[in-house]
Design a binder for this molecule. Structure first.
Ligand SMILES: [Fe+2]
Length: 255
């Protein structure tokens, strides 16, 4: 089974390059399951029901998210009735939506780190719980670990090595050069990178963010527009064992 995972789709520039490229990638690379992190797809902050529907219509089988999932209030009801839109599974009991879904015989799990992130339950123990509850017949298991700190992400990779097919990091918006299959057969990358405008500070207008650092004053944050790139990984998984055969980065430059 070939899984495509597209990194954090940022604003309309990110959505546009996914719309332009997804079908070609799926066809050319023989993709079976296409997943994207879409927590920044609405102008950089959150996701709306209409945007989620558009992304599903493009051919994405599931959408993962993270701390920005709650930015748009209209998503609260929508996520309750849309299991293919995930929020991190370790948000405390009572938050709407869920953090695991099975699509095309592939389990997709979404977790969030705790270092420099909102307070949530332990993602490591949440992973244990989700995996224990999962149908053992579902061998292919993909994890989006949405976290800030490299060490927490690498730790999750090792913690789940041999128990899931892939642990791929999101949130920092910068692709890391550590794409590999770990000893136990889990494909891993600390961060898949952003799908959006790179003439920016992690997606946001660069002048605004530099000014914030210079003055320590709050300021408006607007999505940048230029140097749009799509960043993703393609993971080949043995369906009988759930172990990854290979993982490679797949990046495309737009305008
Ligand atoms: Fe995030």
């Amino acid at each position: 089974m070939k899984i495509l995972f597209i990194g954090d789709i940022f604003g309309s520039p990110g959505r546009r390059i996914v719309a332009d490229q997804l079908q070609d990638i799926v066809k050319a690379q023989g993709i079976d399951v296409a997943i994207a992190n879409a927590e920044n797809s609405a102008g950089g902050f959150g996701i709306t029901p209409a945007i989620a529907e558009d992304l599903f219509a493009l051919g994405l089988d599931a959408l993962t998210s993270g701390n920005h999932i709650w930015d748009k209030r209209e998503i609260y009801d929508y996520i309750e009735r849309t299991p293919r839109l995930l929020r991190p599974a370790n948000y405390p009991l009572g938050s709407p939506g869920g953090g695991v879904v099975v699509v095309k015989q592939c389990a997709i799990l979404n977790l969030q780190g705790r270092v420099y992130m909102p307070n949530t339950d332990c993602p490591f123990r949440a992973a244990d719980r989700l995996l224990a509850e999962l149908d053992p017949a579902i061998k292919v298991r993909f994890v989006d670990f949405h976290a800030e700190v490299t060490s927490e992400k690498i730790s999750m990779g090792w913690y789940l090595d041999g128990r899931v097919s892939a642990v791929i990091g999101t949130h920092t918006h910068v692709p890391t050069a550590d794409t590999r299959v770990l000893a136990g057969g889990t494909a891993y990358q600390t961060d898949v990178g952003m799908t959006g405008p790179y003439d920016s500070v992690i997606g946001v207008d660069k002048d605004m963010i530099v000014k914030r650092f210079l003055t320590a004053m709050p300021g408006r944050m607007e999505a940048a527009k230029r140097n749009v790139e799509l960043h993703s990984v393609i993971i080949d998984v043995d369906e009988t064992t759930g172990k990854a055969r290979s993982i490679r980065r797949h990046a495309i430059q737009g305008e």
